[in-house]
Design a protein. Structure first.
Ligand code: BGC
Length: 813
């Protein structure tokens, strides 16, 4: 095996990933912000900020797909004599004497040292504030007095990131700024329909500034050698149109051993319509002044930072495991939960693979993401469920995505993805089990956000279920519609036109026989949940009605969905099998194995065990399980996008990490702990980190959406990191099915599924108003809890009945 270079390591004590070489195989990023104001930040301080919506309120500019990679960000230039350098190495790329980037929980600290000067910048977004703090500490570690010239740099973006990339004929003339003391205001388009502006401030007097990019950088220069910095002279430029920027210039003298802090603030302000201006053409800065005043000293900033850290202490104290296996513990206790929160915040909108322009919040995506953080912030999960349900149509169908700013369904992508409705049940049930809050079912929720159309959330669940059973195909299996979970299996699309999007082009639904076994399994899983919920709330008739539908679906799968060794994937438009031994390629797919084994369809006849064995035989490889096998080697007009990818990538036989946990849960339900664990460890970032930093390429502390599969040119190479449903599914799998701590309506069910080698472990679990310390003694068993003792007394069964207060639990397998 090729010797893999290492670029960093975990620091569990501080909950950080420490990057020690700036030239990572791909920018390794982190996210700042928790609610409204967000930033993406790479290990060299590249990236951008936005308010709520990366498309409509982009604050700073970023150029995706740039050469060199990851150019543009919040940069500090330090000119020390003739040497100009940046704490994060870029953009000057001056070799540093020391470099370190620490990505932590919603903060990043970048430190560089050069010629006896240390510059360390702490980046974070304070709780409930609309700004990014950049606390720069300059320290003279030499024995001479240092006269430094410090330049900050941010580049403004138009507020709509999409038009920033296309409407130059207008944009080059709209840019406007104001400068007041040490604050540079960006007010492009404020004179007309916008009531928001941004600012960049530093809590120290400045000796100059620049706001016009061309003047600062020089038209034929690069960020690596801006004219003003190279000459050590700001131009005091005032931008009119073209490309507005914000750069402060500060002269800093440091005695030997002396250090100084500078607090830079990148802020966003919204004003009332009638309070936009303080004088003709002069923006009302009242709120900006107030925000600045809240963070204008090191002490205030440190306090805000401590609050942020305390938030994460609390969030990560809700579920804590101690197994003695560091690689498992750090993912469960830190990174997996952190990624879940980030994914919940961003859905699939803004990463270094998602431009923030194209996609909003996914209906199915957000419901799944919810399972990853519902234990941490139930009220936000509640709101998210209502927001999502509000984009549903009266027939149970739904918009596939909605825009986070407006919460309106996204017309560009539309609806018709027939798995979507089921996910609302999945998300809602998870929420109620965690919180015991059944009142959410009585919330009045509109259709398509139209006032006056409100029905209860429970009715939304009901029509969601109905949507499946009202759209069955010739085998009594669910019609797939535009697509099911796999957006790229486009069975009703038939496109020969490269300019058409597979996702939005005309969906030929007339006469279609295209059915999905993935939706069938999903329907059975969520249908059982729905039935249990109905019984719980005294809707016996409705429970019975849906149980019949579930039973019928199970029969349909057994009759028309089994291929002999595994579950079929689908039927195509013409009613021909997909994912069958009869097919030339893609004989087996992972999605239907995952969902039908989770639904335990035909378990009594050995179907589940056979399907799981087939996953091992045909889908598994060194880096995880591929989506289908063998890969498609040519484009199939009847299947669409899935066959458009080269072998081993994305939906064509890539390891689409999102769906690996489905099979792992199937393994857990079947009690096959060894197999569950071996699948799980293959895609667990900490295991990958140890072996494959160079090959894997993307951040080693989080899951990525896709790892190149066994048919790819470079198996094991990761892509599309950070924003993926994998996070929530990994969490759900490990927390509930492997470690076996499962929230239920009346308490916590203990039902682990472990490898034989597992030793005793403890989980601290806060649950509603209770706190449990649960010790599990596996005794070499893979499954099956024999006895649960709560506060010294054995209980019947395996559900710890909920009661507020602290409890000690012991479970023996
Ligand atoms: C989308 C998911 C989809 C998956 C598989 C992801 O990019 O966000 O909604 O299920 O791809 O196609």
């Amino acid at each position: 095996m090729e010797q893999q270079k290492r670029y960093g390591h975990f620091d569990d004590q501080n909950r950080e990933y420490v990057i020690t070489n700036p030239q990572t195989p791909w920018p390794w990023i982190n996210y700042l912000g928790n609610e409204d104001f967000f930033s993406l930040i790479s290990n060299t301080a590249g990236g951008y900020s936005f308010y709520k919506d990366a498309k409509f309120r982009r604050i700073t500019r970023y150029r995706y797909n740039n050469v060199p990679m990851d150019n543009g960000g919040r940069y500090f230039y330090i000119k020390d004599g003739d040497t100009v350098w940046n704490p994060g190495w870029k953009p000057c790329k001056t070799p540093l004497d020391f470099y370190e980037c620490r990505h932590g929980m919603s903060y990043t600290r970048v430190t560089g040292r050069k010629n006896g000067v240390e510059a360390s910048v702490l980046f974070f977004v304070p709780l409930k504030k609309w700004c990014e703090v950049q606390k720069l500490t300059l320290k003279n570690e030499s024995s001479e007095v240092k006269q430094l010239k410090l330049f900050s740099f941010e580049e403004w973006c138009l507020w709509n990131a999409a038009t920033d990339m296309e409407n130059f004929q207008r944009n080059f003339s709209t840019g406007e700024v104001e400068i007041e003391g040490s604050t540079i205001y960006h007010k492009t388009e404020y004179r007309e329909r916008r009531n928001h502006y941004a600012f960049y401030h530093v809590n120290a007097p400045i000796q100059g500034f620049d706001t016009d990019r061309e003047t600062f950088v020089g038209l034929y220069n690069e960020f690596a050698n801006p004219d003003a910095v190279m000459e050590g002279k700001p131009r005091n430029s005032h931008a009119h149109g073209w490309s507005p920027i914000a750069s402060h210039y500060i002269e800093v003298t440091l005695q030997p051993g002396e250090s100084k802090d500078f607090v830079f603030l990148l802020g966003y302000i919204e004003n009332e319509q009638d309070e936009k201006f303080e004088a003709p053409q002069v923006i009302n800065k009242k709120k900006a002044h107030a925000l600045i005043a809240e963070l204008d000293t090191t002490e205030k900033v440190d306090k805000a930072f401590a609050e942020l850290c305390a938030l994460w202490d609390n969030l990560l104290n809700i579920y804590k495991v101690k197994t003695g296996n560091d690689k498992l513990d750090r993912m469960v206790n830190i990174w997996n939960q952190y990624q879940c929160m980030v994914t919940f915040n961003f859905s699939r909108s803004a990463s270094f693979f998602e431009s923030g322009v194209g996609r909003g919040m996914g209906f199915r995506d957000s419901n799944q993401d919810l399972v990853g953080f519902v234990h941490q912030i139930p009220p936000r999960a509640r709101q998210r469920i209502i927001d999502i349900a509000s984009t549903q149509f009266p027939d149970g169908g739904c918009y596939h995505q909605y825009q986070p700013l407006t919460k309106r369904g996204n017309n560009d992508i539309g609806g018709g993805f027939n798995d979507d409705p089921c996910w609302l049940i999945f998300g809602t049930v998870a929420y109620i089990k965690e919180t015991g809050d059944f009142s959410i079912l009585d919330e009045m929720v509109p259709f398509d956000n139209q006032p006056g159309t409100e029905v209860t959330l429970f009715d939304h669940l009901k029509i969601s279920m109905n949507h499946v059973i009202e759209n069955l195909g010739p085998h009594m299996l669910p019609l797939i519609g535009r697509a099911d979970w796999n957006d790229c299996l486009n069975l009703n699309c038939f496109s020969w036109d490269p300019n058409e999007s597979f996702q939005t082009t005309e969906n030929v639904s007339e006469g279609t026989k295209a059915e999905s076994l993935m939706i069938a399994g999903l329907f059975v899983v969520t249908g059982k949940d729905y039935v249990a919920l109905c019984k719980k709330i005294g809707k016996a008739d409705e429970a019975e009605r849906m149980q019949k539908a579930v039973d019928a679906m199970i029969e349909a799968v057994k009759k028309h969905g089994w291929d002999g060794e595994w579950y079929l994937r689908a039927y195509d438009f013409y009613g021909r099998k997909i994912g069958s031994n009869e097919c030339d390629e893609a004989k087996i797919f992972i999605e239907s194995q995952g969902w039908c084994t989770m639904a335990e369809i035909g378990a009594e006849d050995g179907l589940v065990a056979k399907s799981l064995d087939s996953c091992k035989k045909y889908l598994e490889c060194e880096h995880g399980m591929v989506l289908n096998n063998p890969a498609f080697s040519k484009y199939i007009y009847e299947y669409g996008e899935i066959s458009s990818y080269p072998e081993g990538y994305k939906e064509n036989a890539g390891i689409f990490c999102h769906n690996n946990p489905w099979v792992i849960i199937g393994e857990c339900l079947a009690g096959r702990g060894n197999d569950a664990w071996s699948h799980y460890a293959k895609i667990l970032p900490s295991y990958v980190e140890e072996k494959y930093q160079t090959l894997h390429k993307v951040e080693p502390y989080v899951n990525c959406q896709m790892v190149a599969g066994k048919d790819a040119f470079k198996p094991g190479e990761g892509k599309n990191s950070w924003l993926t449903g994998t996070a929530a599914w990994m969490w759900y799998t490990v927390s509930e099915f492997i470690l076996g701590i499962k929230p239920d309506y009346d308490g916590i069910r203990i039902d682990p599924c472990l490898p034989e080698t597992a030793t005793d472990y403890t989980v601290q679990r806060k649950f509603r108003d209770a706190e449990y310390e649960i010790t599990i003694r596996p005794n070499g068993a893979q499954k099956g809890v024999k006895q649960v003792i709560v506060d010294g007394k054995p209980i019947d069964g395996t559900v710890i009945p909920y009661s507020p207060g602290k409890h000690v639990v012991e479970a023996t397998m």
